[in-house]
Design a protein around this ligand. Sequence first.
Ligand code: NAD
Length: 362
Amino acid sequence: MSLEFTHVTLGQRVLFGSGRAAEHLASEVARLGARRVMVIASIAETRIAENVARHVEVTLHYSDISAHVPVEKAEKARAAATNHDIDLLVSVGGGSTTGLAKAIALTSALPIIAIPTTYAGSEATNVWGLTEGARKTTGVDDLVLPATVIYDASLTLSLPVGLSIASGLNGIAHCIDSMWAPRVDPINAALGAEGIRAFSRGLPLIKQDPSDLEGREMALYGAYLSAVAFASAGSGLHHKICHVLGGTWDMPHAETHATVLPYVLAFNAPEAPEAVARIASAFGTNDAGEGLRLLRETLDAPRALQDFGFKAEYIPETVEIILPAIPESNPRKATRGNLAALLAAACAGDDPRILSDDRSET
Ligand code: NAD
């Protein structure tokens, strides 16, 4: 990697502390001088949100949230914010909840305090997403970057183990994909590597004991690093594939990322020696693919896209949508043939190493 680069660090306050979310939220609301607060949390996270906002005067509790932020839900939430003369958005939940707050901020420029309860990482990016019909659109705008992120691992204790692992692997995917994304540089690569280290330590602790606060803290720390690396480096091959799978075939976000990651790593590995060495070292192994394989085995991670509704017959159409979106920066040239082979292997849950071995179409 050349030591000539342009790096942008996004400005955010990050308050980290288990059991301290309510106190941190009250002090941030006061610091920002907000008087009309809208708390956004899904019905399932209502209890967590009410508890976190217990020291704050809340003008509106809002819970009409759907995955991937459908445009009509965004419009409804924007109207609610306007009608209640809201001056601060507080999101408490996973990426879908943060995503709705971002959709409001995009058109209103209202500040956001994000309190994440999964490891998706949306809270630390300036990326928004909206879904219209079966197509998901994303964009970048500093208006949607939360002003403050409040991390409190105790709020993630209720996240089921399976979802915690899939969500954590979604975070590792941000880290690994950053290593060959369009704006990769030594700073975001270093953040990504530390993110892999944090998740590799935290996720096995969560698997062993879901009430382990240290494991949850490491995973949240990893989530922040992964998101900062991703926001800075941009979307690589892995994100382009998962974006199409989620938007076109309505696949679940975290599980799709968790399943596809080893295939993208095996696909790119032969052409990306520097990235692979960095990833291997972060896993504490000599081989990046082996490091990810061992971690996934410990975690009993999701294995095959067919388990989440993807079918082999979808592959040709999926390839046509993904191919034009793949960044120039990708270390291995993707073709119809090798991309179809990647999706076929991920669909069936085959050993990812067949993709590194078969380089006939590179
Ligand atoms: P999610 O927000 O849809 O949450 C998944 C499920 O977990 C939901 O049913 C939710 O109710 C539940 N949940 C959340 N926190 C919980 C907790 N503490 N305890 C129990 N249940 C809990 O899923 P996600 O994976 O967090 O986010 C996915 C969405 O975020 C996708 O739409 C994705 O595109 C978006 N995303 C955006 C960015 C970005 O930078 N803009 C980054 C990552 C993800």
